[in-house]
Design a protein around this ligand. Structure first.
Ligand code: FAD
Length: 457
C-alpha cells in the first residue's frame, strides 16, 4: 500500500466481478475510486438484469479462489458462513470421462462453491468494508467517453443516472469492466480511435439450469458431479454443483454444436436421461426442483486485440469479459478477471516509482500483459471447441491437432493414473502450465496404452 495515494479519481465502468476486483486494487493507489454500475444492486444475493448468466453454475477455479483470498482475506469465511461449500478438487468432485470416472484423490486443493450472485454480493460487501475510499454508484449507465481536447487522454465518462439524468465523471484513470456486451469499441470509435482486431470462435453451446433440493436420505459420496462431453461423439454435458441453501444443488445441462438442452420440464428431464450417467438421472428423479429452468444460448469465445492497436488512450484500460470472454463451460471468466486485477496491482506498483504512473504507455503495456494472461485460457478453451466440426472459427493446424489429441489422452487416463489426474486438473484450474502434462511417466503411460492397443488390433 502506498503512503501517498495518487490525487484524483479512478473511474471503473461496470460493477461485476472484474470491476469490483479492479476497485480493490485501485483503492491502494488512488485517493478515490468510483464504480459506476448500470443496475440497481439488489439487497440480497439474487440475480440481476446486468448479469443474466447468474442463473447458471459458476465454478470458481482454484487459481481464482487463491487470488480472491489474497485480495479479500475474509471472503472465504464470509461465504462459508452464508452457506457456501468447501470442495476438494479431486476428492469431492466426481468427473465422468469417456473412459469412466476419474480417480478420486485427496488433492489438498479446494475451492468454494456457491451461486454467482452470493460470490459477487460478498465481494462487494468486503470491498466496501475494506476500502473506505471506494464509492459505488449504481443505477448509473455509462453511455460514452469524453476525450481531452489535446493529447491522448480520456477526460471522463458520460453517464445516465436512473436512465434519465445526465452525469459526467472525470477520472485520472478510466477502467472498462462492462463485460461480454461491452460497448467500449463503439465508444472509442466515436472519439477517434480505430476498431481493434477481433477473434471469435463459437462452438454453439447452450445451457439449461435448474436448482434442486436433494432429499436428506440420498447419501452421496460426492459434492459435485461433472460429466464431460466427448468430441466429436457426445455433445451433451452435465454439471451438478452445490450452492448455498439446505441440500441445494444447481443442475446444469449443456449441449455443444446446437444440441441445446430444452427449458421445459419434460425436455429437460429427457436431455438429462440421454446423458446416460445414472447419478444425473437419480438426482433429477429423486430431488425436488426449487426454481424455474433457465436457458442461455450461443455464448462463444470472443476477444478484442486491444494490445495490437496502434493508438490507445494513455489513461484507459479494459479487463475481464469486455476484453476476452470465454466459452463458459471451462469456468475461466472469474478467474481470468482476478488474474487481470493482480496484473493491474503489479503494473501500478512497478510504474508507481514515478510521480505519475498513469503516463504515456501505461495503458498500452497493461493491455499487452492482459493479452498475455488471456492467451493460455483462450487456447485451452478454443482448441477444445475446435475439436467439434460444427464449431465456427479458424480450423486448427497440425500442431494444434496433435496437442488436442495429447491433452485428451492425458484426460482420459483419469480413471487409472494419479499423476495424470492431478496434472490435468491442476492445469484446468490454471494452477499449472500445460507443461505439467509432459511428465515422463504420463508420456510413457500413453505410449504403453497405444502399443497395447496396436498389439490387440
Ligand atoms: C452461462 C454462463 C456461465 C458462466 N459460467 C462461469 C463459470 O462457471 N466460472 C467462471 O469463472 N465464469 C463463468 N462465466 C463467466 C463470468 O460470468 C464472467 O467472466 C465474470 O462474471 C466476469 O465478468 P465481468 O465482471 O468482466 O463482466 P460481467 O460479470 O458481465 O459484469 C459486467 C458489469 O458491467 C455492468 N455494465 C454493463 N454495461 C454497463 C454500462 N454501460 N454502464 C455501467 N455498467 C455497465 C453490468 O451490469 C455488469 O454488472 C459464465 C458466463 C456465462 C454467460
Amino acid at each position: 500500500m502506498y503512503a501517498d495515494l495518487l490525487e484524483g479519481k479512478a473511474i471503473i465502468v461496470g460493477g461485476g466481478v472484474a470491476g469490483l476486483l479492479a476497485a480493490r486494487v485501485l483503492s491502494s493507489h488512488f485517493e478515490q475510486v468510483v464504480v459506476l454500475e448500470k443496475d440497481v444492486y439488489p439487497e440480497k444475493a439474487v440475480p440481476r438484469n446486468g448479469i443474466p448468466q447468474s442463473h447458471h453454475i459458476h465454478i470458481l477455479l482454484m487459481k481464482g479462489k487463491q487470488i480472491l483470498t489474497e485480495l479479500f482475506p475474509n471472503l472465504e469465511s464470509v461465504l462459508i458462513s452464508k452457506g457456501a461449500h468447501k470442495v476438494d478438487l479431486l476428492a469431492d468432485v466426481k468427473y465422468h470421462l469417456a473412459t469412466g470416472f476419474a480417480m478420486r484423490l485427496k488433492s489438498g486443493m479446494y475451492t468454494i462453491a456457491c451461486t454467482r450472485q452470493l460470490l459477487e454480493n460478498s465481494i462487494r460487501h468486503e470491498l466496501l468494508i475494506q476500502c473506505q475510499n471506494v464509492k459505488i454508484i449504481d443505477n448509473s449507465r455509462v453511455t460514452g467517453l469524453t476525450k481531452c481536447t489535446n493529447g491522448n487522454r480520456i477526460l471522463g465518462v458520460n453517464a445516465l443516472s436512473n436512465d434519465a439524468l445526465s452525469d459526467f465523471y472525470d477520472g485520472k484513470l478510466i477502467v472498462d469492466a462492462t463485460g461480454r456486451r461491452s460497448e467500449t469499441v463503439q465508444w472509442l470509435e466515436k472519439i477517434g480511435f480505430e476498431k481493434p482486431p477481433k477473434l471469435k470462435i463459437n462452438s454453439w453451446i447452450g445451457y439449461a439450469t435448474q436448482k434442486y433440493k436433494i432429499p436428506n436420505d440420498l447419501n452421496l459420496d460426492w459434492k459435485s458431479l461433472i460429466v464431460l462431453t466427448n468430441p466429436p461423439v457426445n455433445h451433451r454435458m452435465a454439471v451438478i454443483y452445490p450452492v448455498e441453501g439446505d441440500n441445494i444443488v444447481m443442475v446444469g445441462l449443456l449441449g455443444i454444436g446446437k444440441t441445446y438442452p430444452p427449458t421445459d420440464k419434460g425436455g429437460f428431464e429427457e436431455f438429462a436421461k440421454q446423458i446416460g450417467v445414472v447419478e444425473v438421472k437419480e438426482i433429477i428423479e429423486k430431488s425436488k426442483p426449487v426454481s424455474s429452468i433457465f436457458g442461455y444460448r450461443e455464448i462463444g469465445s470472443r476477444k478484442y486485440l486491444f494490445d495490437k492497436m496502434k493508438k490507445w488512450p494513455d489513461n484507459f484500460i479494459a479487463l475481464g469479459d469486455s476484453v476476452c470472454s470465454f466459452n463458459p463451460i471451462y469456468g475461466q471468466g472469474i478467474t481470468v478477471a482476478a488474474m487481470c486485477a493482480k496484473i493491474l496491482k503489479s503494473h501500478l506498483e512497478n510504474n508507481g516509482k514515478t510521480n505519475n504512473p498513469i503516463e504515456k504507455g501505461f495503458s498500452q503495456s497493461f493491455q499487452r500483459k492482459v493479452a498475455k494472461a488471456n492467451s493460455f485460457p483462450w487456447l485451452l478453451g478454443t482448441s477444445e471447441d475446435l475439436r467439434w466440426p460444427s464449431s465456427e472459427g479458424p480450423r486448427p493446424n497440425l500442431l494444434t491437432k496433435i496437442m488436442q489429441k495429447y491433452v485428451n489422452d492425458v484426460m482420459l487416463l483419469g480413471p487409472e493414473s494419479e499423476i495424470a489426474t492431478r496434472s490435468f486438473f491442476a492445469m484446468l484450474h490454471l494452477l499449472k502450465s500445460p507443461l505439467v502434462l509432459f511428465h515422463p511417466s504420463i508420456i510413457l503411460h500413453i505410449l504403453y496404452k497405444k502399443i497395447v492397443k496396436n498389439i490387440k488390433n
